[in-house]
Design a protein around this ligand. Structure first.
Ligand code: ADP
Ligand code: MG
Ligand code: ZN
Length: 677
């Protein structure tokens, strides 16, 4: 903030200086140019001027060329009466228009305009010589000169100003006291972080690792006197939104030391060499204020592997990276500066960065488990009013795959929904709606859908549901709805039963069959296909391809890693065209088998399928309890047999599943509704 003010002050000062200068120039031009003391100047006719010359009344005069005429100004030897016969408008003094009164005024000064011809100038010349009048010939003068000066200088001033603003902009905007002279300076100013470890929920192991860093920064002598080597660099690695930035801020907050925060992209500038000099400046500043923390967020922007074969255009980034490496080698861990970096792409980082002596301590910040999610929900709900019926533990269970940022967003959405209905607190229904929103976008209850299309969607979703119910080893159908949301016409949420890190071949095959359930149902019930299944196919194909190329789950290709999920998707494949054909064939076989399996299951459960489809048409949304009741008993659970709307609000069955969930969507192939994987 302080820096911003500083910048504002600078720019307004600059403005003022320019303004004063311009005013001065203009004043001087108009006032000073005519050489004006207060005496009157008489404007006379050119004929009178030549007459006066002949009569030797003129003492001296100057002549200049202005706008196609010669402008003559001069002095008489003796004061002349201002001739009343002349047009009054011409009697202008520098103090204003003189009174057109009869009162006689006298002046020695006069001006006149002479037509610009050779003969006229020759006549004046000759007369002046004959009478020995002092004559001054100026090329251009007076107003013309000053006007010209303004015309030529003003654009320059404006240009300089614009350039200055541009440089300021380039200098990192809000980052600090940018300016023409500051381009190569790091834009980092130390900030005081208010975040504490308690604000970072879960992640106890990660925090434990960082406690040591904090202790060192607080009391370096304790460590250095023992000869302990403190890590120079800590690399926080993990998916986006897991709280890496938050953790780094918490370290700074706990340690109460200056915290220099920069994003990797700040180093990558439009001017070559700026990045490197920024790094130099950043480290110099940090050392001055040591103990201090330098935090480089998204370090992959500069830290990508060098010489990636992409050729050219990367010189700037490489220079910056090299400078960073040099700086990190240039200080010992005991100088009191610790560099923390964060990235979600550690695999693309240059190996030199992660070598011992640089970012030698790596902390993985992963997706939170169910307990972590509950803790995060607790932190973010502390400043919100929750109704009695909100159970954070239950929400945590329903949100496998959600990271800290998602959970913060979920609670915020719920708060907005509660405010929209003028509620006093956030209730379970708000949370439920918010969950669906975060997963699939806002509900579109007003979207007009034809009866026929609704019927197709209901049967399609019932198909997913039935297959999910039958193949229930690892996964549970959590919810199914035909309320359109985002670009999906409806969806079934299928969650894994347990927090699982691994996927078995059986899981994968079952998941694919589940994805195929929608289309299979359409085929069986309507004997037709709709475009609504395209997203299902995308997800199924993705899993099948991963099975073949990453998990070694295809007998034909064996246990070979053919593709790297984190690799460059545009890189040349490392396998032959033959292998590529085999991969395609295997993917096709796996998805076809899934399709077959789904068809079989639906054929064998036509009755239950119809029940669920009809219930969907009637109630629109079914939860786990209702789905199971329909499947097992052929009817809806007793207590909720009455109201359509309350179903979505009805208590959900205790969900006992974690991790991945799937949104199988409809009517459109929009990836944004896909929370899977
Ligand atoms: P990252 O840097 O890993 O992408 P951030 O640190 O920017 O993620 O986190 C984004 C937001 O998500 C934070 O501002 C915070 O509100 C929330 N968040 C993430 N992880 C946690 C956590 N463990 N505890 C509390 N809030 C969290
Ligand atoms: Mg971040
Ligand atoms: Zn589907």
């Amino acid at each position: 903030m302080k820096n911003n003010k500083n910048g504002l002050f600078r720019s307004s000062l600059f403005y003022i200086v320019v303004f004063v200068l311009a005013m001065g120039v203009i004043l001087f031009a108009t006032g000073g140019g005519t050489g004006g003391n207060s005496s009157q100047v008489q404007k006379i006719q050119s004929s009178q001027f030549t007459n006066d010359l002949k009569k030797n009344k003129v003492k001296n005069f100057a002549i200049e060329s202005v706008d196609g005429v010669y402008k003559v100004s001069g002095e008489y030897r003796t004061p002349q009466k201002v001739s009343q016969t002349n047009d009054l408008a011409f009697t202008v003094s520098t103090k204003g228009i003189s009174k057109p009164a009869k009162s006689e005024t006298k002046t020695t000064k006069f001006t006149t305009n002479v037509v610009k011809t050779d003969s006229s100038i020759k006549e004046i010349n000759d007369l002046a010589k004959a009478k020995d009048v002092k004559m001054n010939a100026k090329p251009t003068q007076s107003n013309g000169f000053w006007l010209n000066l303004i015309v030529s200088v003003l654009p320059l001033i404006i240009f300089i100003y614009l350039f200055y603003m541009m440089m300021k902009q380039a200098g990192g905007g809000s980052g600090g006291p940018g300016g023409v002279m500051k381009v190569g300076k790091s834009q980092a100013k130390p900030v005081k972080s208010k975040v504490r470890f308690k604000d970072v929920a879960g992640e106890d192991e990660e925090k434990q690792e960082l406690v040591e860093v904090v202790e060192f920064l607080k009391d370096p002598k304790k460590f250095t006197s023992l000869g302990a080597q403190i890590p120079k660099g800590v690399l926080l690695e993990g998916p986006p939104g897991t709280g890496k930035t938050l953790l780094a801020k918490a370290v700074a907050g706990e340690a109460e030391v200056p915290f220099f925060s920069l994003s990797g992209s700040d180093f990558v500038e439009m001017f070559v060499g700026v990045g490197a000099s920024r790094v130099r400046d950043l480290f110099a500043q940090a050392k001055k204020t040591a103990p201090a923390i330098i935090f480089i967020d998204e370090i992959d922007a500069v830290g990508r592997r060098r010489g990636g074969g992409t050729g050219g255009g990367h010189d700037e980034r490489e220079q910056t990276l090299n400078q960073l490496l040099v700086e990190m080698d240039g200080f010992t861990g005991n100088s009191g500066v610790i560099v923390i970096a964060a990235t979600n792409r550690a695999d693309v980082l240059d190996p030199a960065l992660t070598r011992p002596g640089r970012f030698d301590r790596k902390i993985l910040v992963g997706q939170p488990d169910v307990r972590g999610r509950e803790a995060i929900l607790k932190v973010h709900s502390s400043d919100k009013t929750l109704a009695e019926d909100v159970d954070l533990k239950k929400i945590a269970k329903e949100t496998p795959g959600f990271v800290g940022a998602d959970l913060a967003n979920l609670l915020n959405e719920a708060a907005l929904l509660a405010a929209r209905r003028n509620g006093k607190s956030i209730n379970a229904a708000d949370i439920d709606e918010a969950e669906d929103r975060v997963i699939a976008g806002p509900a579109k209850r007003n979207r007009i859908i034809s009866e026929k299309e609704r019927n197709i969607v209901a049967n399609h979703e019932a198909g997913h549901t039935i297959v999910g119910l039958v193949l229930n080893d690892a996964r549970v159908v959590h919810k199914v709805t035909i309320v359109p949301r985002g670009r999906a016409g409806g969806y079934a949420i299928v969650l894994p039963k347990e927090d699982q890190q691994l996927m078995t071949k059986k899981d994968a095959i079952e998941q694919i069959a589940g994805m195929m359930g929608g289309r299979s149902a359409e085929e069986i019930v309507f004997d037709s296909e709709s475009s609504g299944a395209s997203n299902d196919f995308q997800q199924a194909t993705q899993i099948a391809r991963a099975m073949v190329t990453q998990y070694g789950m295809s007998d034909k290709l064996g246990t070979v890693a053919l593709e790297d999920p984190n690799g460059d998707p545009y890189a040349q494949p490392r396998y032959s065209a033959d292998t590529a054909a085999t991969i395609d064939a295997e993917v096709k076989r796996i998805t076809n088998e899934g399709h077959q399996k789904a068809r079989e299951i639906i054929e064998n459960h036509r009755e239950q399928h119809k029940l669920i489809a009809d219930a969907l048409l009637k109630y629109e949304t079914l939860d786990e309890k209702q789905i199971l009741s329909l499947y097992k008993d052929g009817k809806m659970p007793a207590e909720v047999e009455n109201e359509t709307e309350t179903f979505t609000e009805a208590e959900k069955a205790e969900a006992t599943k974690e991790k991945h969930q799937e949104v199988e969507d409809h009517h459109d192939n929009d990836d944004s509704t896909d929370k899977d994987n």
